[in-house]
Design a protein around this ligand. Structure first.
Ligand SMILES: Cc1cc2nc3c(=O)[nH]c(=O)nc-3n(C[C@H](O)[C@H](O)[C@H](O)COP(=O)(O)OP(=O)(O)OC[C@H]3O[C@@H](n4cnc5c(N)ncnc54)[C@H](O)[C@@H]3O)c2cc1C
Length: 389
């Protein structure tokens, strides 16, 4: 079956490699991406602070496994014709899988004009050494995973740079009180200025306007969560308020059940708390391949299920906090910090690319933990929610 997968991120690559392994017909798989390189998004904060680009060239990687690669942007879709448009050129499919990922939510006034984002972080990376040299300041807007990782990484690698974490609402809501206290201590020890209860009203050329007044800075990095890429939001699929495609528990669009949507782009109806995360995208990619093969053989397909075991947050190169979750999603699992935390975080980050390569080389089939049957949580239990950002 001619399968076209759009988006060569964690979800799309996993789906393509697994499908190639299961069907042994890689020539029937086409992966489309507007970029020529796969970006390990989970390492972009390291890149921002000066590390090498965490990217891998797609064409030779896919060619080595006989998977077709079409470089170009998805810009149209005709469900009736079984055809997508890539840079205006038609690409036909029998099975379509959308794995378009997400992008920073830039709905904050001034964000597009004056703000920096991880999608455009190469520019900010270039500017940082000069800003640090004049003891300038960068605002990191948000207090989610990407904000914490960026603020700590920037401050650690450029000690003369002023870094302020500006946020309203709960600091790191995906961590337990103990883990939060540790993250706060590490940030403060590094010299990151914490600016809580400051609702950002606009990003400006001189910093940000907040509910606590004007905060001056050379640049502001927007880490206020993820929304869907424009292409996904504009296809005509049923989407939520952030443009993510609403899917059922089999990861099929609820408006077009013959289209699968995986990775950050998928919003599972009835499981809105699922993290937009690499730890979700890889299992979704593997699941999609399994489901396509099962359906082709008229086998029963079980719904997608994932047990979220926790979150790993780097706090520079020398500190990290690993928060385990209970089987029911409660934020009450073990917490690892210090060198052990750093080790875990690095192993998990390496495991993402290792699992793609292992799947592609037919060495190790990717596996993930399924969620147990749902239980009712005790009143007052903290439960993970929202996006990784
Ligand atoms: C700084 C940072 C740190 C993070 N840390 C973690 C972490 O520690 N743990 C974790 O689990 N998650 C983390 N995440 C989140 C994680 O990176 C994402 O959830 C993950 O990348 C989603 O995978 P995906 O395959 O859905 O999308 P992506 O990896 O974003 O891939 C989407 C692909 O689609 C392509 N695409 C988009 N639009 C088009 C189009 N119109 N046409 C063709 N191609 C298109 C893109 O070029 C891209 O290659 C982090 C994110 C950031 C930014």
């Amino acid at each position: 079956m001619n399968t076209v997968i759009v988006g060569a991120g964690y979800a799309g690559l996993m789906c393509a490699f697994r499908l190639a392994r299961l069907t042994r017909k890689p020539e029937e798989i086409t992966l489309v991406d507007r970029a020529e390189r796969f970006t390990e998004r989970i390492r972009l904060h390291e890149f921002l602070a000066g590390a090498r680009a965490p990217t891998h060239e797609l064409a030779p990687w896919l060619a080595a496994h006989k998977i077709n690669f079409v470089r170009g942007a998805l810009d149209g879709w005709s469900a009736d014709r079984g055809e997508i448009s890539v840079d205006g050129r038609p690409v036909r499919y029998e099975q379509l899988v959308l794995a378009l990922g997400s992008r920073t939510d830039e709905r904050l006034p001034g964000a597009r004009e004056f703000g920096a984002t991880f999608e455009r972080c190469a520019d900010l990376r270039e500017e940082i050494p000069a800003i640090a040299a004049r003891n300038g300041r960068v605002l990191v807007i948000g207090a989610g995973l990407t904000a914490l990782e960026a603020a700590s990484e920037l401050k650690e690698s450029h000690p003369s740079l002023g870094v302020a974490l500006v946020y309203a609402g709960t600091f790191a809501p995906f961590l337990s009180e103990r883990a939060r206290a540790h993250a706060r201590r590490v940030l403060e020890k590094l010299g990151v200025e914490l600016v809580p209860d400051a609702r950002v009203e606009a990003i400006t050329a001189r910093g940000a306007r907040t509910s606590k007044g004007e905060l001056t800075a050379d640049r502001a990095l927007v880490c206020t969560g993820f929304v869907a890429p424009e292409a996904l939001a504009s296809l005509g699929l049923a989407v939520d308020d952030k443009g993510f495609a609403k899917v059922d528990r089999f990861l099929r669009s609820i408006s077009h059940s013959d289209v699968m949507v995986i990775g950050d782009g998928a919003a599972i109806v009835g499981d809105e708390g699922i993290h937009k995360a690499c730890k979700t995208a890889l299992p979704m990619g593997a699941y999609a391949a399994d489901a396509i093969v099962a359906r082709a053989h008229h086998h029963e397909v079980a719904p997608f299920s994932l047990r979220d075991t926790g979150v790993c947050v780097s706090l520079g190169r020398n500190e990290a906090v690993i928060q385990g979750y209970g089987a029911d999603g409660a934020i009450n699992g073990p917490v690892f910090t210090g060198r052990l935390g750093v080790f875990f975080k690095e192993m998990i980050a390496r495991y993402t690319t290792f699992s793609l390569r292992a799947e592609s080389k037919n060495r190790l089939a990717y596996r993930w933990l399924r969620a147990p049957a749902r239980k009712t949580l005790a009143a007052g239990t903290e439960v993970r929610s929202g996006a990784a950002a």
